[in-house]
Design a protein around this ligand. Structure first.
Ligand SMILES: C[S@@+](CC[C@H](N)C(=O)[O-])C[C@H]1O[C@@H](n2cnc3c(N)ncnc32)[C@H](O)[C@@H]1O
Length: 206
């Protein structure tokens, strides 16, 4: 069966001289796949990790930056505003994801994609295969954070969700504009009408 990483590789494999920025390396699973793609497409990968994973692979098509990915002064020395693909898989804390997304989005070419890993909480919910309350909470919070960003930026980028495994948010940049700030979405979920509907099991009234 196709893995979720294969799904992403298939989305970007046509890009010649692909320029990739990856946040989060650990054992290099995604790093190795991206380098394979760079080898076949004459591309280059820059990866950032707060821990030193410079030894996971040797390649002339790879630059490893040992830094926190929100140390923008450091990372920006190595990247230019012509990225074809950004893969965000470092600290999965919604505010951190938002911070690095807003910063690096500016380096993404129009028409290119940014993927945010781990946005599905389903495998971590109760009695599911990875049953883990913290990951359930954090992935769901990241998912809603991305919706809050998208809600203010619907003309600036397209948003897709891929829900296999722990899921991806796939963001396609449509405009060169700066992004608008995210805002809480005003939900009626806990409004009095909805609560009454739940209590009395009534259908919504238009
Ligand atoms: C989920 S792992 C990355 C997995 C990798 N992308 C893969 O698919 O094989 C997350 C990595 O993010 C790194 N990390 C955590 N916080 C970070 C930060 N603020 N800046 C950069 N890297 C960070 C961790 O050290 C860890 O190696």
């Amino acid at each position: 069966m196709e893995t979720k990483l294969d799904y992403i590789i298939n989305r970007i494999k046509h890009i010649k001289k692909i320029q990739i920025l990856e946040l989060g390396v650990r054992y290099g699973v995604s790093t190795k796949k991206f380098i394979e793609l760079c080898d076949s497409n004459d591309g280059f990968l820059i990866s950032v990790d707060i821990k030193d994973f410079s030894n996971v692979i040797k390649s002339d098509r790879w630059k490893f930056i040992n830094s926190s990915d929100d140390n923008f002064e450091e990372v920006d020395k190595f990247i230019t505003k012509d990225l074809d693909f950004i893969f965000i898989d470092s600290l999965h804390w919604p505010d951190h994801v938002e911070k690095v997304f807003y910063h690096y989005y500016d380096f993404l070419k129009k028409g290119s994609i940014c993927v945010i890993d781990d946005v599905s909480w389903l495998p971590y919910s109760k009695n599911q295969e990875r049953d883990k309350e913290f990951s359930e909470y954090i992935n769901r919070s990241t998912f809603y954070k991305i919706l809050e960003i998208y809600n203010q930026n619907q003309k600036n980028f397209d948003l897709e969700f891929y829900f296999r495994d722990s899921g991806y948010a796939i963001i396609t940049k449509n405009e060169e504009n700066f992004l608008n700030k995210s805002k809480k979405i005003k939900s009626r979920e806990f409004g009095i009408k909805n609560l009454l509907r739940k209590i009395y099991k009534r259908k919504p009234i238009n």
